[in-house]
Design a protein around this ligand. Structure first.
Ligand code: OXD
Ligand code: MN
Length: 594
C-alpha cells in the first residue's frame, strides 16, 4: 500500500463508482504475475504454451470485435475544440466525464480492480513520468508488467511525488452474481471510449481490452498525454524507434525514426546489417522522448520496457532479434495455436503445422482462405530479452541523437533517401509524411494517408501547434548541434515490384546517413533536397541495376505536381500552420518550377 493520500483517495473514489468485488494493489513480483496467469488459464482466457518450446509464455484470443486501436472512438477532450485541432475527435471534457461516469457506474461488479503503479522511462531518469492505472483486466496487468516498469518500486516513487497521471480502464463487462464470464470481456464499439483530458492529464478508457486502447502507458500516456506535457515543458514525445549504429572503425551514433504504424519500425530497430563490420543496436521500437541537454545535443529515451509488436511476417529471416525476444516469457494475442502448444502466424518462416487453431478458435479446411493470425495480432516481450538491445537502453540521460529519419510506404514519387537542407526543411518533411494504407488493416480508405510525423492518431493537441513546437525546438541549440533530418522510402515500386530489397539491406542507407552525419560522402542538390551522388550508396553484393537505382531517385514532375497539390490540401486543414512550413511549401513549388 501507499502513504500517498491523494492516490488512496483517488482509488477509493473510483472503487465507489465502479464497485469492484475486490481491490488489488500490484507489486509487480514474479509470484503475482504467475498467480494472475494461472488464474487466466483456469478461467479459459489464457493457454500456457509448451514449456519445452516456449518457456513461461501464454496465448490469448480476443473477442473478434476487439482487435485494434479504434481511432473513431479515441477522443481528445480539451476545454476548447481548437486545442484538439482538425485531426482529433474532440469532445467537451465535462460532457465526456458525465457520459463516462454513467458507463463506469457498477462496471467492475463481480471483478477485481487492479491498481497498477507504473513508470514510463527508466526508474530514476529526470525525463521519466509516473502513472497509476486502474483496470479490471488481468490481461492488462500482465502486459503492463512487460511494457512498463511496474509495481512496488514505482509505488515508492509515487509516495515521494505528488505527480502521477491517473489512468482509468475498464473492459465494461460487469458480472451479476452467478453470471459466467466470457473468454474476452469487452463492450460493443459504440460503448468503447478512449478519452484523454490533456489539461488535467487524465486518461479514461472504457470498453476495450486490446493493445493501445487498454495498455494505457503506451499510446495514451507516452504519446497523447506526453505530447501535451512536452509542449508545455519544452521537450518532445514522438512515435519513433531509437537505434544505435556502430561503423567498422568502432564509432557509434544514435538515430531516431518515425514511420506510420505497420511500416516496419520494429524491423528497422532490430536490424542485422548486411554490410560487413557494421552493428545496429536497439533502444526502442515505437516511442521516443526527446530533450535537448546541457551540451546542446538532443537526447532520446525509450519510455517503454518491452515490445508490443505485430506478429505476422516476423521471422528469423525478416527479424531474428524479434524472434529471439519472444522465445520465452512472452505473451501472444490473436496468432495461431499449433497442436504441440506453440504459436504460428503467416510469414513466420515455416509451413503451418496441420491442426493449427486460428485466432478465432477454428480449425481450417485446406481451402479456407482467411488468415490464421489476425493482421494486427501481437507479441509482448521484455526489451531486455532482445539480443540486439543497446547497453545504454536504460541510461537515465538517454542517448545523443545524430539523425532523425521520416518515412512511409510510397510506391511512387518519394526517393529512397532525401536529406533536408536544414531543420525547418526537415520539419516540412516530417509534417508531410504520407503512407499507403490497406483498407483491410484499419478500415481506412486505400490511398495515401498523410500522417505527419507518424503522429496523426497520437498527437494530444492541435497538430498545427505541434508543427510550431517542432520549429521552436530547432531554435534550442546551435544549428551545427541539431540532428540532420532525412526522408527514406524503402517501398518504391516499378511494375508492382519493390525496387529496393529493404529489411537488413536498409543498413546500407543507415551507413550512408552515418557518414553524412560526419559530413562525408558526395551529394547532389535536387528541387526536393539533397540526395547521394551516384555511387555513394554501397550496393556491393546487391542484385540491383543502375536503372533500378535511377528509378529509386527519380523525381517525376507529374507525380510531384500531384504531390504538391496533395500537400497543399493537407496544409489547408491547419489554421495554426507555422509560417515556416508555408514558406517551405512555396519554396518547393518554386524549385519544381510550379
Ligand atoms: C502501434 C501502432 O501499435 O502504431 O505501435 O499502431
Ligand atoms: Mn506504433
Amino acid at each position: 500500500m501507499t502513504k500517498n493520500h491523494d492516490l488512496i483517495h483517488w482509488v477509493n473514489k473510483w472503487a465507489e463508482l465502479m464497485t469492484p468485488d475486490k481491490i488489488y494493489w500490484c507489486d509487480g513480483s514474479e509470484e503475482e504475475n504467475q498467480h494472475l496467469l494461472n488464474g487466466m488459464v483456469s478461467s479459459g482466457m489464457a493457454v500456457r504454451l509448451n514449456d519445452k518450446l516456449r518457456p513461461n509464455s501464454y496465448y490469448f484470443q480476443s473477442d473478434p470485435s476487439d482487435v485494434a486501436r479504434v481511432e473513431s472512438r479515441t477522443f481528445i477532450c480539451s476545454e476548447s475544440r481548437e486545442d484538439a485541432g482538425p485531426t482529433n475527435n474532440w469532445h467537451d471534457p465535462e460532457q465526456m466525464k458525465t457520459t463516462l461516469r454513467e458507463h463506469y457506474k457498477g462496471c467492475m461488479k463481480g471483478r477485481t480492480m487492479y491498481v497498477i503503479p507504473f513508470c514510463m522511462g527508466p526508474l530514476h531518469s529526470d525525463i521519466s513520468h509516473l502513472g497509476v492505472q486502474l483496470t479490471d483486466s488481468p490481461y492488462v496487468v500482465v502486459n503492463m508488467r512487460i511494457t512498463t516498469r511496474m509495481g512496488k518500486e514505482v509505488l515508492a516513487l509515487i509516495d515521494h511525488s505528488d505527480i502521477f497521471v491517473p489512468c482509468v480502464h475498464s473492459v465494461g463487462y460487469p458480472l451479476e452474481p452467478g453470471q459466467p464470464d466470457v473468454k474476452w470481456p469487452c463492450a460493443p464499439i459504440e460503448r468503447k471510449y478512449i478519452a484523454h483530458f490533456p489539461e488535467t492529464r487524465e486518461i479514461w478508457s472504457f470498453g476495450s481490452g486490446y493493445g493501445g486502447n487498454a495498455l494505457l502507458g503506451k499510446k495514451c500516456f507516452a504519446l497523447r498525454i506526453a505530447s501535451t506535457l512536452a509542449l508545455d515543458e519544452g521537450w518532445m514525445a514522438e512515435h519513433m524507434l531509437i537505434l544505435g549504429i556502430t561503423n567498422p572503425q568502432g564509432e557509434k551514433k544514435y538515430f531516431v525514426a518515425a514511420f506510420p504504424s505497420a511500416c516496419g519500425k520494429t524491423n528497422l530497430a532490430m536490424l542485422t546489417p548486411t554490410l560487413p563490420g557494421w552493428k545496429v543496436e536497439t533502444i526502442g521500437d515505437d516511442i521516443a522522448w526527446l530533450e535537448f541537454r546541457h551540451d546542446g545535443r538532443l537526447y532520446a529515451v525509450n519510455p517503454e520496457n518491452g515490445f508490443f509488436g505485430v506478429a505476422p511476417c516476423t521471422s528469423m529471416d525478416t527479424n531474428p532479434n524479434a524472434m529471439l525476444s519472444v522465445s520465452k516469457n512472452a505473451l501472444f494475442t490473436n496468432v495461431g495455436l499449433t497442436p504441440d502448444g506453440d504459436v504460428w502466424w503467416e510469414g513466420i518462416g515455416h509451413d503451418m503445422p496441420p491442426g493449427t487453431m486460428d485466432w478465432k478458435g477454428r480449425f481450417h479446411e485446406p481451402t479456407h482462405c482467411e488468415p490464421i493470425a489476425h493482421l494486427n495480432s501481437r507479441f509482448t516481450a521484455p526489451a531486455s530479452q532482445c539480443p540486439s538491445i543497446d547497453p545504454d537502453w536504460e541510461n537515465p540521460m538517454g542517448v545523443p541523437i545524430s539523425a532523425i529519419l521520416f518515412g512511409g510506404r510510397r510506391a511512387t514519387t518519394v526517393p529512397l533517401i532525401l536529406e533536408a537542407r536544414n531543420w525547418d526543411h526537415g520539419v516540412f518533411m516530417g509534417s508531410t509524411i504520407g503512407s499507403e494504407v490497406t483498407a483491410a488493416a484499419i478500415g481506412l480508405k486505400p490511398g495515401v494517408r498523410r500522417d505527419p510525423f507518424a503522429m496523426l492518431p497520437f498527437c494530444g493537441y492541435n497538430m498545427g501547434d505541434y508543427f510550431a513546437h517542432w520549429i521552436e525546438m530547432g531554435k534550442c541549440t546551435r544549428p551545427e548541434l541539431l540532428p540532420k533530418i532525412f526522408t527514406v522510402n524503402w517501398f518504391r515500386k516499378k511494375e508492382g515490384q519493390f525496387l529496393w530489397p529493404g529489411y537488413c539491406e536498409n543498413s546500407r542507407i543507415l551507413a550512408y546517413i552515418f557518414d553524412r552525419c560526419n559530413n562525408e560522402r558526395k551529394t547532389e542538390n535536387t528541387p526536393l533536397g539533397v540526395i547521394p551522388a551516384t555511387g555513394e550508396i554501397n550496393t556491393e553484393g546487391l542484385d540491383i541495376t543502375t536503372e533500378q537505382l535511377e528509378q529509386l531517385f527519380r523525381i517525376d514532375p507529374d507525380e510531384w505536381k500531384d504531390e504538391v497539390d496533395s500537400i497543399d490540401e493537407h496544409y489547408n486543414k491547419f489554421s495554426h500552420l507555422p509560417a515556416e512550413l508555408h514558406n517551405e511549401l512555396e519554396m518547393l513549388k518554386i524549385n519544381l518550377g510550379l
